[in-house]
Design a protein around this ligand. Structure first.
Ligand SMILES: [Zn+2]
Length: 265
């Protein structure tokens, strides 16, 4: 896809929707080739809208989009995968919404990340197939790695020293596990037992299905969930200012591209 084409085609996953005016909605889409973008569907809230069912959040959809003056406009939408099980089960639905939200928060507009798109599809596929909730830890770890915030679990994140096989502090501000010598300077975190460290290391090299098949003790699963939530919160809080700046830069540079396809439809 080039920036100058008037109409372009892409597949993408609908991350979220907001209403615009009386009958339109703006959808945030994550796509393999164009990254995250927004576009408007005209009249999509009217009962007779043909696109309506194809633009539900969490749906993987084939899209035809016309470039507009301010907002691009969907001209066609065709469901590839509705991920129905993600809507029909409350727990799975909550997990999928969380996954979509993290994709939204960890990406800036128009920055392609095909690996992250594959991760999103693999995570939705796993959840739709009934994978246990801990599969979201796999998603979080790979999300961090694919967006430049890889968690250091091999060696001490502060000094690089080897970690002995023992309970170890996972410190969000250090970006991973830290050795005993670095603990005081690394700030707060959670102590992860050896079994948990093994899970974190295993996640990097295995496939999502292998990770889903792991049996993780419920207490350990809760601990890992809390530890990764802390890491993600830390990254997002630290990044929020610079990310706003990046979004703004991306928006401005995009606005300056000569745009022949104005308000098609
Ligand atoms: Zn250290």
């Amino acid at each position: 896809m080039t920036s100058r084409t008037r109409v372009y085609k892409t597949e993408g996953v609908i991350l979220r929707r907001r209403n615009l005016g009386e009958a339109d909605s703006v959808f945030t889409v994550f796509s393999p080739g164009a990254g995250k973008f927004e576009a408007v569907a005209r009249g999509v809230r009217k009962a007779r809208s043909r696109m309506r069912g194809h633009l539900e959040p969490l749906t993987r959809t084939e899209l035809l989009i016309a470039r507009g003056r301010s907002l691009d406009v969907f001209t066609q939408a065709e469901t590839i995968e509705a991920y129905r099980p993600l809507r029909e089960d409350l727990d799975r639905s909550a997990l999928a919404i969380y996954v979509a939200e993290l994709i939204d928060r960890f990406t800036i507009e128009h920055a392609e990340n095909p690996g992250l798109y594959e991760l999103l599809l693999a995570t939705f596929d796993a959840l739709a197939a009934g994978a246990p909730a801990h599969v979201v830890r796999f998603f979080e770890l790979h999300l961090l790695a694919l967006t430049g915030f890889e968690l250091q679990v091999d060696a001490c994140a502060s000094c690089g020293d080897r970690l002995p096989p023992a309970d170890t502090l996972l410190a969000p501000s250090a970006g991973g596990l830290v050795c005993v010598a670095c603990r005081a300077a690394a700030g707060t975190g959670r102590i992860v037992p050896v079994a948990g460290i093994k899970v974190l290391r295993y996640a990097r090299g295995c496939g999502i299905d292998q990770f889903a098949a792991l049996r993780i003790d419920p207490d350990l699963a809760r601990l890992l969930q809390g530890a990764l939530t802390d890491v993600i919160q830390h990254v997002l809080e630290r990044e929020v200012v610079s990310r706003r700046h990046l979004d703004e830069v991306a928006r401005l540079s995009r606005a300056s591209i000569p745009n022949p396809g104005q308000d098609v439809q």
